[in-house]
Unconditional design. Structure first.
Length: 301
């Protein structure tokens, strides 16, 4: 995935801080740590410039800022729309990368699949760290806007999410009549993720606050009645297939669903895998023509 070096750097800093914090609490008589929104949304992003939007557009597709009314602070959301798209995909990013890296990685396959693409920053530089509840509201506002866009593609809305973004894709799909869902590398719960990634955290009492407790994909999956494909990978060390399989198992058994475990994709590279897009194309009947994997670099003209 785009921004891998940045993500690795963030994770190292995160790990070092939590090693120190967990070590401190483990020697205390009352070992505990309260999990809050700051343990979820760790990085703010820069809004895209007009020049960047222009560079990401081509003769058949336009990338533009998507106004979303009623959001405070304002939401940096972007819409790529093509001449003959059949559906709109609202995509929710993982932690550590925002709208621009997502566009650069996803625009090539999305366009080949005949999908308009909507992405956004969870929060911009200078804004306060958002709550889970706020991002859920942002996702709902994006869905509402997507259904009113002046394009035939607005009649069919898909949602997708990677890692952290899987939570908001599932939540949006639970609350709205989307035509399909995909999630890649979903967590089960935030607490389970921390226990896996930071084993020494098991010696501390992790107390999620009311907002953090919404970071629960098992509870969301149990309520979902939509067509869904769930991706995991044997090469994903951060969130291995046991997380994926638990989320899949929580889905209602009578719904149309599919589980795909890729072989060698690391956590940040699901969208570099041709198999990922072939499975998506087939499952949703998109009639795309591969190869699908591509990337729009910053030097593109």
């Amino acid at each position: 995935m785009i921004g891998r070096n940045m993500i690795l750097k963030i994770e190292r800093l995160k790990q070092a801080a939590r090693i120190a914090l967990t070590g401190f609490f483990c020697v205390c008589a009352a070992s505990c740590y309260t999990l809050t929104k700051k343990d979820i949304f760790e990085v703010a992003f820069q809004p895209l410039s007009a020049a960047t939007l222009n560079a990401l557009s081509d003769e058949h597709h336009v990338v533009e800022q998507l106004p979303v009314a009623g959001m405070d602070p304002p939401l940096s959301a972007y819409w790529d729309h093509g001449d003959s798209s059949s559906s709109i995909l609202i995509f929710f990013t993982g932690n550590g990368y925002g709208a621009e890296p997502a566009l650069r990685r996803l625009l090539v396959p999305a366009r080949k699949l005949g999908l308009d693409l909507i992405v956004f920053n969870y929060y911009d530089r200078g804004q306060a760290v958002p709550s889970v509840a706020h991002i859920r509201a942002s996702a709902q506002a994006l869905f509402d806007v997507a259904t009113t866009l002046p394009t035939p593609a607005a009649k069919s809305i898909l949602v997708g999410g990677h890692s952290l973004g899987a939570t908001f894709a599932l939540d949006t799909a639970v609350r709205n009549p989307v035509d399909g869902v995909f999630v890649a590398a979903p967590v089960t719960t935030g607490v389970a993720m921390i226990h896996h990634q930071l084993w020494y955290s098991r010696f501390a009492w992790l107390r999620p606050d009311e907002d953090y407790r919404q970071f629960d994909n098992i509870a969301l999956a149990e309520r979902l009645h939509r067509k869904i494909i769930v991706f995991g990978s044997e090469g994903d060390v951060a969130l291995p297939p046991n997380f994926t399989k638990q989320v899949f198992a929580a889905l209602p058994a009578d719904d149309q669903r599919k589980l795909v475990i890729l072989e060698n994709s690391p956590h940040s590279e699901y969208f570099r895998q041709e198999e990922f897009w072939r499975q998506l194309n087939s499952f949703f009947g998109l009639n795309g023509s591969g190869p699908f994997v591509g990337y729009l670099s910053q030097t593109r003209r």
